[in-house]
Design a protein around this ligand. Sequence first.
Ligand SMILES: *[C@@H]1O[C@H](CO)[C@@H](O)[C@H](O)[C@H]1NC(C)=O
Ligand SMILES: *[C@@H]1O[C@H](CO)[C@@H](O)[C@H](O)[C@H]1NC(C)=O
Ligand SMILES: *[C@@H]1O[C@H](CO)[C@@H](O)[C@H](O)[C@H]1NC(C)=O
Ligand SMILES: *[C@@H]1O[C@H](CO)[C@@H](O)[C@H](O)[C@H]1NC(C)=O
Length: 488
Amino acid sequence: MMFFFSFPTLVVVLVWLPIVMPFTIILTDSGTPSALVDAPQTGFSMNKNGARTNPREQAAVYEIMKATGNGWATDIPDVCRGRWHGIECMPDKDEVYHVVSLSFGALSDDTAFPTCDQKRSFISPAITKLPHLRTLFFYRCFSYNPQPIPTFLGQLGPTLQTLVLRENGHVGPIPTELGNLTSLKVLDLHKNKLNGSIPVSFKRLTHLKSMDLSVNRLTGQIPGLNNPGLSILDLNQNLLTGYIPPSIANCPSLLKMDLSRNHLSGPIPDEIGYLRNLVLLDLSYNQLLGPLPSALGKLGALQALILKGNPMDSTMITGNWFDGLKDLMILILSDTSLHGPIPESLGLLPSLRVIHLDRNKLNGSIPTSFLELKGLSELRLNDNQLTGQVPFVRETVWKMGQKLRLYNNTGLCYDPQNGLDDDIDSLVISGISYCETSRSTSIPTTMHLSNGLGHKSIFEWRSSAQICSTSIGLQVLLLMMLLLGNLM
Ligand SMILES: *[C@@H]1O[C@H](CO)[C@@H](O)[C@H](O)[C@H]1NC(C)=O
Ligand SMILES: *[C@@H]1O[C@H](CO)[C@@H](O)[C@H](O)[C@H]1NC(C)=O
Ligand SMILES: *[C@@H]1O[C@H](CO)[C@@H](O)[C@H](O)[C@H]1NC(C)=O
Ligand SMILES: *[C@@H]1O[C@H](CO)[C@@H](O)[C@H](O)[C@H]1NC(C)=O
């Protein structure tokens, strides 16, 4: 569980599970000027002697607390001076405290907001009597009393900046009225059971920095976007259909766009090229079609490109569009019907650490340029039609261990003179045996010299003529690898 929006600094940890390599993005929140005169940025720590909570707001807080099973709060004579975690207040120039933030739910051991009675809790309409409220946060509050997101939240109007209703078991549609929250910066409805479509009214949320609607049951198309400050767009694990909207061009501040595990179709729009700050792009497990737009090459800040599990229809990794992806660390193109050779220039991206090109129809040989990838820690090329000599030296193979997957490429072989000898009984070499040609010293070693354009050179012709034989023992190992692969 992570807590990722403590103002004034918004720290976002983008964790991509199978790889122990979290991204940390720190967004500094410029912060809009306070609506209250002379108010400090956080009122909770502000102890103004003599200041009293506004009585109407105090009554509202009692109602809201009772509705979540926190009746104890009514014993606190002045809620803004009661100093429990989860309430923040600010004094105005007349020494009257106003409630600016309310939070519920045990986030972590450090952050103990009042917990909710999950069987009975509800959001009290008294919320609308807090005209200064900027942050409203409910985490795991209504799970066993499933209820829709109340439409009256829209009445909080342009004051509310952060609305978090995370893992609350909310059902039904996202109310159109949330489009009235025109100053909203953070909207987090992660992991509920929301259905219906994303309200068109969201295009009024022009100040959004982070929108997380992931893990719900949202249907329909992604509406037109118009959020120039949007940094995080996470719609993963919904039932969204239609195309990726070209209006993503209106969100040039995006750092993370995760639309994975939906039913999105059509090609990746060229407008993707406008997202020059994008660090993580995950479009995996959709129905997207090829070809890969060359506009992807304009994403100079990209660190992770994940397109796994899209039909893509016979796409070649052609041209040199990815040459500009100097910061790319993670490239996941498994199971995308890629065919043709792996371009030699891929090995020239200096930051690459993880390459998954498995379960495609790639042919030709493994680029020798991969030897230059000093940070490479994971390479999956299994289940392709690759041929020729495995270029890696013994140390590389040993270092990567099971993170080097080459099985089910019947044309691959290795050269014992390369240091990969029989005694390297690593699983990684399973199914791959000596190159016939390298047994004889009179025949020159057939190095991979493909130019990446698929032209047949004499060298390639020779590599494909190499015969690789698989021993029974290695076949057993291959089978084990395949089973392992299915489990992971
Ligand atoms: C909020 O939005 C709805 C529809 O989006 C609208 O009918 C309503 O008048 C708006 N205002 C308030 C205060 O809820
Ligand atoms: C949303 O789910 C509710 C049940 O929770 C159902 O009654 C309703 O028809 C669904 N609406 C849509 C648009 O699927
Ligand atoms: C690779 O496959 C393509 C068809 O997808 C074919 O045209 C090409 O000749 C093949 N190249 C090699 C080296 O086998
Ligand atoms: C080997 O890889 C091909 C894809 O190139 C795949 O179709 C085939 O099922 C794989 N074979 C096994 C035994 O998994």
